[in-house]
Design a protein around this ligand. Structure first.
Ligand code: ADP
Ligand code: MG
Length: 262
């Protein structure tokens, strides 16, 4: 058996099947599926309001999908009930699976009353039970890699937006998630700060981390992604390898979307 066929028989890192989400009468996700194998970078693109954030938030159960399957390393999230009454049936499972997903938000969400170093250490100590000295050493190593070692004793308010977002990424990385979820990580930044954050994300992609990335940075998505998924009104309108769909889109809508975002 070749390596490739071997890989294809192993469980994907993250599989989402036919995900639906409604808010009251508003159906925001109308059956979205996605698979990420180890090392994949899947970018989700689409107009504002197309359901990108809702999709990411459903993956880590910040929103509860009204129907569909979420499977992490072959393990299905267990639900009971249906529709708006559908809830996870195993709280311990949710906590465990969630700890394997690292989320990075548009708005950084650092703990403001903790230093950068404490932000990166805290989860390791509290959630993973890593001894403090070890957590500090690992945190320092990660901060070094994102170019923030010199800022480790600063509080977030004293950092630029780009530095805060790099700290937030370092904090997520410190938890050694199986999958990192990014929701428009550069959208809140001044244009001159976007590059330093994309550079860090590119580095993570090159290390082979599995990532789902919601972004408006089309050039970047094209460069780093194994697959690009274009959402339109809660459905996948186009998907594929970037070199294929950007040069030869099958959807008119996607073609004009990339025209307007270039
Ligand atoms: P995107 O991230 O692609 O801009 P969102 O997932 O944020 O899109 O939103 C998709 C749609 O769902 C929008 O119409 C938005 O108003 C709606 N929506 C998102 N969150 C909620 C919520 N908590 N309650 C009601 N409607 C919501
Ligand atoms: Mg959004």
């Amino acid at each position: 058996m070749t390596d490739k066929s071997n890989k294809n028989t192993t469980a994907a890192t993250l599989e989402v099947e036919d995900l639906h989400k409604s808010f009251g009468d508003l159906e925001v996700l109308k059956g979205v599926s996605m698979t990420a194998r180890e090392g994949d970078v899947v970018s989700i693109v689409g107009s504002s309001g197309s359901g990108k954030s809702t999709f990411l938030r459903c993956i880590n159960l910040l929103e509860l999908p009204t129907a569909g399957t979420i499977r992490l390393s072959g393990e299905d999230v267990k639900f009971k009930g249906s529709g708006k009454d559908r809830v996870p049936s195993d709280k311990k499972q949710v906590a465990r699976l969630r700890s394997q997903l690292g989320m990075v938000f548009q708005s950084f969400n650092l703990w403001q009353h903790r230093t950068v170093l404490q932000n990166v250490m805290e989860g390791q100590v509290q959630v993973l039970g890593v001894p403090k000295a070890e957590a500090r050493e690992r945190a320092e190593g990660i901060l070094e890699r994102v170019g923030l070692y010199d800022k480790r004793e600063q509080y977030p308010a004293f950092l630029s937006g780009g530095q805060q977002q790099r700290a937030a990424i370092a904090r997520a990385v410190a938890m050694e998630p199986k999958v990192m979820l990014f929701d428009e990580p550069t959208s809140a930044l001044d244009p001159e700060l976007v590059g330093e954050v994309l550079k860090v994300i590119r580095g993570l992609a090159e290390e082979g981390r599995t990532m789902i990335l919601v972004t408006h940075e089309m050039r970047f998505a094209r460069d780093v992604s194994s697959e690009v998924v274009y959402l339109h009104e809660g459905r996948v309108e186009e998907r594929g390898a970037p070199e294929t769909i950007f040069t030869n889109p099958s959807s008119e809508r996607f073609a004009s979307f990339i025209q307007t975002t270039h």
